[in-house]
Structures are given as structure tokens and as C-alpha cells.
Design a protein around this ligand. Structure first.
Ligand code: SF4
Ligand code: SF4
Length: 116
């Protein structure tokens, strides 16, 4: 099944285009939804995403909904901690496919580093 990790130089989940995530209001609070929408920049990319380094400029202070952590996933998506690994891998794969493509270098790198 592999072991989830966030691979370097990806950033697929930092494309926040709301049209790709029509159910945002089902798991974000009104305040979080407002924050989320305020972060959407050109092409749907988060305004905090550094496209050169391909990393978050505010990583230590990133919002709760950006964090792959057991309590966050339990709260937002109802995912039990024992399901977190598989769920997070699938989330990343969906996001990478949507942003970069199923055969992209990002997908190849993710699969390799995660071990699937
Ligand atoms: S999609 Fe997954 S691997 Fe890519 S930046 Fe986001 S958390 Fe990391
Ligand atoms: S705040 Fe950081 S981690 Fe969250 S979407 Fe923006 S760039 Fe990505």
C-alpha cells in the first residue's frame, strides 16, 4: 500500500481551484471557507505557494485544512487514524492527476517515494 509522505517539489494540493472542489462547504467552517477562498490566486494556485521552490511560503503557519494530520482528517473528513495513510495517498494521487496528469513526473515521483 505504501507509506504516505509529502514529496518535495510537488505542490499539487496547493492548487486550490474551487471548481475542482465543489464540496468545500461540506467540510470547512464558514470562516475556513472564507480563508480558503481568499488564498486562491492566479490559475487557482494558492497565493502562498512559491512556484520557483515549489513549496509553501508559510509552511509553519499554514491553515488547518492544509495539514495532513490525524486529528485534522478525523475532524474534516471523518477519517479514522488507521485509515489516514491510505486516504492521504489517494488524496495526493487525485490531486496530482488533476493538476499535473496521471503520467506526470510528479506522479511517478510520488508513487516511487511513497512505495506504490
Ligand atoms: S499533493 Fe501530496 S505530495 Fe503533493 S504537495 Fe500535496 S501533500 Fe505533498
Ligand atoms: S497555505 Fe501553503 S500548504 Fe496551504 S495551500 Fe497555500 S501554499 Fe499550499
Amino acid at each position: 500500500m505504501g507509506t504516505w509522505l509529502c514529496v518535495k517539489e510537488c505542490g499539487a494540493c496547493c492548487n486550490l481551484d474551487p471548481t475542482d472542489r465543489p464540496d468545500l462547504d461540506q467540510y470547512l467552517s464558514p470562516e475556513e471557507l472564507e480563508l480558503y477562498l481568499s488564498m486562491v490566486g492566479e490559475g487557482g494556485w494558492c497565493v502562498n505557494f512559491d512556484h520557483i521552490k515549489r513549496e509553501c511560503r508559510i509552511y509553519e503557519d499554514r491553515p488547518r485544512f492544509c495539514r495532513v494530520e490525524a486529528d485534522v482528517f478525523a475532524d474534516l473528513y471523518g477519517v479514522e487514524s488507521e485509515e489516514l495513510n491510505e486516504f492521504a495517498i489517494e488524496c495526493c494521487r487525485q490531486q496530482i492527476e488533476g493538476v499535473y496528469g496521471d503520467r506526470s513526473l510528479e506522479m511517478i515521483r510520488f508513487n516511487r517515494e511513497v512505495g506504490i
